[in-house]
Design a protein around this ligand. Structure first.
Ligand code: HEC
Ligand code: HEC
Ligand code: HEC
Length: 428
């Protein structure tokens, strides 16, 4: 031990004498080696920043096929205009973006253009990524270029006529695309602006949480809620008090919902659980706080379609009682006799806005196919909801759902077996 310390000191001394003899002075200008080292450190810092930002943008979620290699593309996106198969964005020169430079990459994120100038379809949410700064775009690019190259050919999209004619996107863009980096709002705090930048840009919350017209363009109020393209999921309004506004939540509960996927008031499931586990759980403490501050401040709005609670006729009462029986047999063990749930394990159904949403498509899916809260570092093995598609028929599912939408102070429309049947047939 001692001997090694002495020999290290001797080597150090010899090295110092050598450096002085070649004119090296620690206080003079940096040597070429030191500069190189600085560059490498700078590059690594930029790549690490890019890795973080790529998580928040969930680039991997869309650019990785099922059981495929990360970022090598092949993820299937169903939309009303056809099926997209996402491209390979690893640095492979033939099949990925290995020949791209920072400028090309910026044009893709900011302007929605491919390397050869082709217009990209807005299934790639550049409509939101356009708000990202150049610096953040460069960092994401540096990170992607540092990944292992994976050779995987991009299969062609299967877009229906006439939408398969790319130049048509010109018209779409003229109508719907507003290009531009996020501009901080004067009079708001830095933290609020950071939250807005993340929600409106990289987080692309609007890509799901806003109603889209048949051409896939966001329509109507920002974050006002909408059905996901090509799927049986409704992303609730983040502004409506009846849906998923968090304006009356304390900040720490919003942070918890975003980063763990469950709070005492709500639980994320389906596509939102994927967003939490792939993306939002990686938010830094400061960024999660900033996002929560912004979400809490969103304007409060009236629901854009209020669920019609039933009049309590004798027929309705009979249905609800029947539903109650099914609930006692199949649901009560987990969700409790008062719909109170069990903290951290089973969500409450009483006072749960997801249960009474005007659009019942999410709850119908929950019963048919079950589901999980997201897998996150702080909740690695979430409790699951079993599927009932083979246990209960359409009529029974409609009855139990009508019951939970109208028990314990909940008020929501009656569900019919036709709606359940539609979900079974249209399920993706
Ligand atoms: C909702 C799914 C989705 C997400 C999230 C997404 N992309 Fe994409 N991306 C696509 C689709 C679809 C295309 C192809 C569009 C087309 O064919 O016109 C695409 C195309 C691209 C292209 C052009 C590739 C080429 O070969 O022309 C780049 C670059 C790209 N994405 C980078 C990113 C980055 C970086 C992120 C994260 C910040 C990201 N994408 C997130 C769906 C997505
Ligand atoms: C891929 C589509 C998609 C994206 C992107 C997305 N969401 Fe969601 N979100 C959904 C769906 C679907 C639901 C309904 C399921 C549920 O309640 O978990 C939902 C539910 C929610 C809820 C309500 C949870 C509850 O149960 O009350 C909040 C809050 C939310 N999202 C916030 C966000 C924020 C903030 C972002 C952006 C950082 C975002 N979402 C991005 C699809 C998405
Ligand atoms: C074994 C326990 C268990 C049983 C039995 C069970 N659930 Fe669940 N349920 C869960 C868990 C865990 C979740 C949260 C996971 C998720 O939402 O994906 C959940 C979620 C839900 C949700 C979605 C809540 C939300 O906020 O998104 C509804 C609605 C629901 N259950 C209703 C029912 C009904 C109705 C029954 C009976 C037909 C039932 N559950 C039976 C455990 C259970």
């Amino acid at each position: 031990m001692k001997r090694s310390v002495i020999s290290a000191a001797v080597v150090g001394l010899i090295l110092a004498v050598f450096l002085v003899s070649i004119g090296f002075s620690p206080v003079s200008e940096k040597s070429a080696v030191a500069k190189l080292e600085d560059n490498i450190v700078e590059q690594q810092v930029q790549q690490a920043r890019g890795a973080y930002l790529a998580h928040i943008g969930n680039c991997m979620g869309c650019h990785t096929g099922q059981n495929g290699q990360p970022y090598a593309g092949g993820h299937i996106l169903e939309t009303p205009i056809g099926t997209f198969i996402t491209p390979n964005i690893t640095p492979d020169q033939q099949t990925g973006i290995g020949l791209w430079n920072e400028e090309d990459f910026w044009r893709a994120l900011h302007e929605g253009k491919g390397r050869n100038g082709d217009l990209l379809y807005p299934a790639f949410p550049y409509t939101e990524y356009t708000r990202i700064t150049r610096e953040d775009s460069n960092a994401i690019f540096a990170y992607l270029q540092s990944l292992p190259s994976i050779q995987q050919q991009n299969p062609p999209n299967q877009i229906h006529f006439p939408f398969n004619f790319r130049p048509l996107i010109y018209i779409w863009r003229a109508l719907y695309f507003e290009q531009g980096i996020y501009q901080p709002e004067a009079g708001k705090s830095d933290e609020w602006n950071r939250g807005a930048y993340l929600v409106q840009g990289l987080g692309h919350c609007n890509a799901c949480h806003t109603t889209r017209n048949p051409l896939g363009a966001s329509q109507g109020e920002i974050l006002g809620g909408g059905q996901l393209m090509g799927s049986n999921w409704y992303a609730p309004s983040l502004t409506s008090l009846q849906e998923a506004s968090t304006s009356d939540w304390p900040i720490h509960e919003i942070v918890q919902l975003l980063t763990v996927g469950l709070s005492s008031r709500a639980i994320t499931t389906g596509p939102m659980a994927a967003v939490v586990s792939q993306s939002l759980q990686h938010l830094s403490k400061d960024d999660a706080h900033a996002m929560a501050v912004y979400l809490q401040s969103l304007p409060k709005t009236a629901p854009h379609s209020r669920g019609i609670a039933p009049e309590l006729t004798e027929e309705v009462d009979r249905q609800l009682q029947h539903g109650h029986k099914i609930y006692e047999t199949h649901c009560q063990d987990c969700h409790g006799s008062f719909g109170q749930g069990a903290p951290g394990a089973y969500p409450p159904l009483a006072g749960n806005r997801s249960v009474t949403l005007a659009s019942p498509i999410n709850v119908i899916r929950s019963i048919l196919y079950g589901g999980y809260a997201p897998v996150t570092a702080s909740n690695p093995r979430p409790y699951g909801m079993p599927p009932f598609a083979h246990i209960l028929n359409d009529e029974e599912i409609a009855l139990v759902l009508s019951y939970i939408r109208n028990a314990w102070g909940n008020r929501g429309s009656i569900i019919t077996s036709v709606q359940v049947d539609r979900s079974r047939k249209g399920a993706q």
